[in-house]
Design a protein around this ligand. Sequence first.
Ligand code: NAD
Ligand SMILES: O=C(O)C(=O)C[C@@H](O)[C@H](O)[C@H](O)COP(=O)(O)O
Ligand code: ZN
Length: 361
Amino acid sequence: MKNLELDLGERSYPIFIARDLIGEPDLWTKYIAGKQVCIVTNDTIAPLYLEKLKAQLGDKSVCEVILPDGEAYKTLTTLEQIFDTLLAKNHNRGTTLIALGGGVVGDMCGFAAACYQRGVQFIQIPSTLLSMVDSSVGGKTGVNHPMGKNMIGAFHQPNCVLADLSLLDTLPEREYSAGMAEVIKYGLICDAPFFEWLESNIAGLMSRNTDLLEEAVYRSCVNKAEVVAEDEREGGRRAILNLGHTFGHAIETAEGYGNWLHGEAVSAGMVLAMALSLELGWLGADIYERGKKLLELAGLPISPPENMDVDQFLQLMGRDKKVLDGRLRLVLLKGLGEAVVSSEAPEATIAKVLRAAGVRA
Ligand SMILES: NC(=O)c1ccc[n+]([C@@H]2O[C@H](COP(=O)([O-])OP(=O)(O)OC[C@H]3O[C@@H](n4cnc5c(N)ncnc54)[C@H](O)[C@@H]3O)[C@@H](O)[C@H]2O)c1
Ligand SMILES: O=C(O)C(=O)C[C@@H](O)[C@H](O)[C@H](O)COP(=O)(O)O
Ligand SMILES: [Zn+2]
């Protein structure tokens, strides 16, 4: 087992990473403060893991909310199901919510925890690679709006994160690849040795070798925890975690939530961000090629969708949460493991890079 702590003073919490962790209640149920527990999951994950989780909760008073599966349901409307159940079952401020699922369930459960009776505690049990390495850590919670990704949300940290790697045994290949996009992101933005380690081990990782997987999840969480500990609410450095996301969120919104998976859109977005960094003369062509190659070996798309045009891209990118005084701020690379947040890229250069990647003029 590998553990780490996200250091946020009195809101610090542990992240446990190993196989078969749900079955070790002594390790994690102490992070449930009171008697009441509400498990939030979805209709794909519930038949696989809900009973196993409930069996660990001994004398707790447990209820469950089973949401419809999919990014398209990451909405304010779906959230009402959680609030309706909590109220119907008389859950009070001492309740603890448990997110059992991927990033969609985690983001919604976390947001419900941030809002219910103005804030209750919650635990993250991530069940996808993406949620183990990224969304369960750091306290960003929220839902989408038809006009933009994650537009409504809150920062709300969990009490603990339980990354039980055995849950990944049932994860479909496409979803596993999507998670690899965020893993590779850490190498690109802040950890060149990790990027090189990923290059050397990508074949074993794609065949889900347990030791390699544990190491990749651990090193991803270490990187994320370090950035979040320094800048919890994205006043500055945390924005580097957004590499590829201004492009990627535009793709997800344009394509209809769920058609391009988040990790797929981020992969194509990171290639665009690297291409822009190259165009600005900030990044060597060798690093650009290595980044693209690694994403490809992870089974990820490296080009944006063919049906978008440049104006639509730029318009959607203009709604990004990092926009300041009407100017786009993009995460770009000045080298391997050296991300910067910059508003220096002229719109004409961004448009040129989009066209060069095959986006219609
Ligand atoms: N809060 C953050 O910091 C943060 C970070 C990254 C991404 N996100 C968000 O996370 C979401 C993407 O998360 P995701 O990639 O986990 O997608 P997801 O939650 O949609 O899960 C992917 C699919 O896999 C299924 N699934 C989950 N676990 C499974 C398992 N163990 N076995 C079989 N099937 C399983 C799900 O039901 C779903 O169909 C996006 O909404 C994205 O915006 C948030
Ligand atoms: O934790 C962060 O900070 C991130 O940016 C991680 C991203 O991978 C994640 O997709 C996040 O939800 C994006 O946040 P947003 O603020 O751009 O919506
Ligand atoms: Zn992301």
